[in-house]
Design a protein around this ligand. Structure first.
Ligand SMILES: CC(C)(COP(=O)(O)OP(=O)(O)OC[C@H]1O[C@@H](n2cnc3c(N)ncnc32)[C@H](O)[C@@H]1OP(=O)(O)O)[C@@H](O)C(=O)NCCC(=O)NCCS
Length: 164
């Protein structure tokens, strides 16, 4: 742990965290399915483009990586009509259970709604249901796809501002 304040930056403003974000997201969601690291670096590079609809947030304590969340156009092949999504939410273990995950998720949702979307979506394993519902996400569906995911949404006006 560090006593430095944790702040959340757009990866465009803190690009030196690119490799840390890619590493965590790859290890958590892509490596187990046999995808090479290059696959995720390619996807993440799109978050650095000046395209408001896709972005990556990074939580950091000074130069130490803490966590990340992204806004992407599409996250669930079973629901191709829904967009945008908050995805790839990760907090490094030493920083968990201190509110960082909740804050970065809400900041990402807020950023997505600020681009003009009426609703932002998120999918998660059922074990995370209490975490997301407590943050104000509405459970729209459960048991979706092979992984039996929950699908949540948050509408403009119903989201709370994040506090980091
Ligand atoms: C899920 C994840 C992002 C949560 O990050 P986090 O920083 O621990 O999130 P928070 O601290 O905001 O909330 C986590 C829990 O700690 C609790 N908490 C928050 N602040 C707390 C505090 N000061 N003291 C004690 N508990 C606290 C929250 O109430 C929440 O409880 P819940 O799990 O019962 O809902 C993190 O565990 C993680 O990266 N997991 C692996 C990747 C993953 O599963 N990502 C989600 C994919 S959908």
């Amino acid at each position: 742990m560090t006593d430095q304040t944790i702040v959340v930056s757009d990866l465009r403003d803190a690009p030196h965290f690119f490799d840390s974000v890619a590493d965590r997201v790859w290890r958590a969601w892509w490596e187990p399915h046999g995808f090479p690291l290059d696959h995720i670096t390619g996807l993440l590079r799109a978050s650095l483009a000046e395209d408001e609809e896709q972005l990556c947030l990074v939580a950091h304590a000074g130069d130490r990586f803490v966590g990340t969340a992204s806004v992407i156009a599409s996250d669930l092949e079973e629901r191709p009509d829904l967009t945008p999504w908050v995805a790839a939410v990760w907090v490094d273990p030493p920083f968990r259970r201190a509110g960082v995950g909740g804050d970065i998720v809400l900041k990402a949702a807020h950023a997505a709604l600020d681009t003009g979307a009426d609703t932002v979506h998120l999918c998660a394993l059922p074990g995370k249901r209490a975490f997301y519902e407590r943050l104000g996400w509405r459970l729209d569906e459960s048991d979706v796809g092979e992984d039996r995911l929950d699908v949540f949404s948050m509408g403009r006006g119903s989201h709370r501002r994040a506090s980091i």
